[in-house]
Design a protein around this ligand. Structure first.
Ligand SMILES: [Mg+2]
Length: 330
C-alpha cells in the first residue's frame, strides 16, 4: 500500500486511541530542522511531543517524576549524547519502563552495539522515511502496553498472596510478617508492642443456625469493624477461621487493654445484619505485650494472647483478658 494511502486510510491500524489521551513522546534532537520535523510528524500521528534541544534538557525531562514513557533520542547532541542518556535512564532502573529509540547517522552505525548495550530498545538511521518512525513508535507503544499489563498482573498476584479473600484484610502469612516487622522496629526504638487475639463468640452456632453465607457476612463485618476501631498504624489479619490477630505497636499492657476494649465494643455494641436478619455478635479477646519488644518474641506473644483469649472465653465471652503467667501454669 502506498505511503499516503496508509496515512489517510479510514481505519488506520496505527491510530493512537490510547487510553483516550495522547501519548507523550520525548524527541531530543539538536538540529532545528529535525526538531520541527519531529514535532509535526508526532503531532500528526496523535502523539503529544515534548521537544528537547540538547542532551541535558532531555535528561531533565526523563529524570522527572512524570516522565514520558516513549523517547526518541538523537545520538549526537552537544553535552550529553543519546547513548549517555540511555545509560542514565537504565541506571535509574525506574518503573514504569521508558522505551528508547535512538536516532543515528550513517557514520555511527558501526557503534550501534554500544548504543544497544547502553539500553536503547531500537534504533533508526537518519535520514529515515517518516512511516518507518511511525511503525517503530507503534511497536514501542505495544511493548509498553504489555509491560503495564505485566505490572498490573504482578500487583494483583501480590495482593492475592497477602490478603484474605473473604474479608479483604491481611492473611495469616502477611499479618505474621507485619508483627515481625513491628517487633524489629520496636526493638530498635526500645518501645513496646502488644498482640491482640480475637475470636468471634459462638461462631459455629451462627453458621449452623443462620447458614454459611451469614457466617461469611459476619466475618466480613467483624473485620470491617475491627479496622474502623483501630489506629491506622495497627495491623490486623485473619489468623484462622474466625480468629483475628492484631499487632499494636507502641502499646504496653494498659494501652493494649484500652485498644482491645474499644474494638470489642465496636463489634458487640451494634447489631449485625446478615442473611435478612438482625442479631448480636460478640468477640472474646486476649492481649499480651513486651516492653521493649524484640523480634524473637513473636511466637511467645501469640501463644500468650491465645491463652488469655481462652481465659476470656472461660470467663463468659464478650470480654478482654490479658495474659498472666498463671494462665500458662494452669
Ligand atoms: Mg545531532
Amino acid at each position: 500500500m502506498p505511503f499516503d494511502r496508509v496515512m489517510t486510510a479510514a481505519v488506520d491500524p496505527l491510530t493512537l486511541a490510547h487510553h483516550g489521551r495522547h501519548t507523550r513522546v520525548l524527541a531530543a534532537e539538536d538540529n532545528p530542522v529535525f526538531q520541527s520535523m519531529l514535532r509535526s510528524m508526532l503531532t500528526k500521528w496523535g502523539y503529544d511531543p515534548i521537544i528537547a534541544r540538547d542532551g541535558a534538557e532531555a535528561w531533565r525531562v526523563l529524570a522527572a517524576e512524570d516522565a514520558p514513557r516513549l523517547a526518541i533520542l538523537d545520538w549526537m547532541m552537544p553535552g550529553l549524547d543519546g547513548v549517555e542518556i540511555c545509560r542514565r535512564v537504565r541506571a535509574a532502573g525506574r518503573e514504569p519502563y521508558i522505551y528508547i529509540l535512538l536516532l543515528t547517522a550513517r557514520t555511527e552505525s558501526q557503534d550501534l552495539v554500544e548504543g544497544m548495550e547502553a539500553g536503547a530498545d531500537d534504533y533508526l538511521t537518519k535520514p529515515f522515511v517518516a512511516h518507518e518512525l511511525r511503525v517503530r513508535l507503534r511497536a514501542g507503544q505495544r511493548i509498553l502496553d504489555l509491560q503495564s499489563e505485566l505490572v498490573a498482573a504482578r500487583e494483583a498476584l501480590r495482593v492475592q498472596a497477602t490478603h484474605d479473600n473473604l474479608t479483604g484484610i491481611a492473611n495469616r502469612g502477611a499479618i505474621l510478617d507485619s508483627l515481625r516487622t513491628e517487633l524489629s522496629r520496636a526493638s530498635r526504638d526500645r518501645r513496646p508492642v502488644a498482640v491482640l487475639m480475637a475470636d468471634v463468640d459462638r461462631f459455629k452456632q451462627i453458621n449452623d443456625t443462620r447458614g454459611h453465607q451469614a457466617g461469611d457476612e459476619v466475618l466480613r463485618e467483624v473485620a470491617h469493624r475491627m479496622k474502623s476501631a483501630m489506629r491506622n498504624y495497627d495491623a490486623v489479619g485473619r489468623y484462622g477461621g474466625e480468629e483475628f490477630l492484631v499487632a499494636l505497636p507502641g502499646c504496653d499492657g494498659d494501652g493494649a487493654l484500652a485498644q482491645a476494649e474499644r474494638i470489642c465494643e465496636a463489634i458487640g455494641g451494634e447489631p449485625f445484619r446478615a442473611a435478612g436478619s438482625v442479631f448480636g455478635v460478640t468477640c472474646s479477646m486476649g492481649v499480651s505485650w513486651r516492653d521493649p519488644a524484640s523480634p524473637e518474641d513473636a511466637d511467645a506473644l501469640i501463644r500468650e494472647a491465645d491463652l488469655a483469649l481462652y481465659n476470656a472465653k472461660a470467663l463468659g465471652r464478650n470480654r478482654v483478658e490479658s495474659y498472666a503467667p498463671e494462665l500458662a501454669e494452669a
